[in-house]
Ligand binder design. Structure first.
Ligand SMILES: N[C@@H](CCC(=O)N[C@@H](CS)C(=O)NCC(=O)O)C(=O)O
Length: 287
């Protein structure tokens, strides 16, 4: 965690000390990168310490907008677009205003805009504020294994899915499809006799996998043609995903309607008619 640059501050270290009420987490339920930070925040009980602002999952021509709030403004920051905070942090900023971010309310500037950093900083630097029964999501004795599986998930699950969505080459699509389903089959076999990805406990690796699994049937299966089978067809991966969904921090941050709207309405090339599918039936997650 030795990043530099205007958006690479470290929460919980000078000049951004861990403090209750000082920071605001900005995200959208559509976004898997946001979702993983949202789960960490709630799982650790930091939702009482760090407030949240939610953006509309449907992006506008001016980027992410606070149109779920009255007056189309974040009630604390008074801003309309995510870009407003990027420009407040760096007036010359010319890149994309991505989410998630955490904002320092004393300056209304962004501390950090990288979900990997935000997860780790909350896990490791806010321990004085975490609830007493909070899980240790990146325990020292499992770190090597967690790092290894995180890299695999990034490349062979999320990475393969996004490449399948982006490529214009049939061969490349087929290659990524093979990588993705080989990995999902391997994970399915793993969960035949394990409850978690690493060790005997919930870790951040499970959170990173969950945010892809929960989007699989409602978005990736049809939009990115990740369609060899549904998530619910896997004998072990499906019960594993549902067991995570039973945990309030996972379930309460999962909004299938927002995910569907975001994926289907933000991808004009894939969905030129702008219809949001009514299926699949997501009530099966509750069973
Ligand atoms: N590296 C970033 C990536 C975040 C990201 O790609 N966010 C997407 C939404 S899921 C975004 O804000 N895209 C807006 C844009 O590209 O304009 C992270 O993991 O935090």
């Amino acid at each position: 965690m030795t990043h530099t640059g205007p958006f690479k501050g470290v929460l919980g270290s000078d000049p951004f000390p861990a403090q209750a009420g000082r920071y605001r987490f900005i995200w959208s339920e559509l976004c898997p990168w946001s979702h993983r930070v949202a789960i960490v925040r709630q799982l650790l009980g930091l939702d009482t310490v760090i407030s949240e602002g939610k953006l509309n999952p449907v992006i506008t021509e001016k980027g992410w907008q606070f149109s779920l709030d009255e007056g189309d403004q974040d009630p604390i920051l008074g801003t309309t677009y995510m870009m407003d905070s990027y420009l407040k942090t760096d007036p010359d900023y010319a890149g994309r205003a991505t989410i998630p971010v955490i904002i320092d309310l004393t300056t209304e500037k962004i501390v950090n805009n990288e979900s990997h950093d935000l997860m780790r900083q909350l896990e490791m630097n806010f321990t004085e504020f975490t609830k007493p029964d909070a899980p240790e999501l990146y325990p020292e004795f499992l770190r090597a294994e967690i790092d290894e599986i995180n890299a695999i998930i990034l490349e062979e699950v999320i990475g393969a899915i996004y490449q399948m969505g982006a490529t214009k080459s049939q061969d490349d699509y087929a290659k990524q499809y093979a990588i993705l389903f080989a990995r999902l089959d391997q994970l399915d076999a793993h969960f035949a006799d394990h409850d978690f990805l690493v060790g005997e406990q919930l870790t951040e690796a499970d959170i990173r996998l969950y945010v892809s699994l929960v989007r699989f049937d409602v978005a990736y299966y049809s939009m990115y043609h990740a369609d060899r089978n549904h998530l619910y067809d896997f004998p072990n991966l499906w019960p594993y995903a549902k067991s995570l969904y039973k945990i309030p921090a996972f379930r309460e941050t999962t909004n299938f309607e927002a995910i569907k709207k975001g994926f289907w309405l933000n991808n004009h090339a894939e969905n030129p008619r702008q219809i949001v599918p009514l299926g699949p039936d997501t009530s099966i997650w509750e069973a």
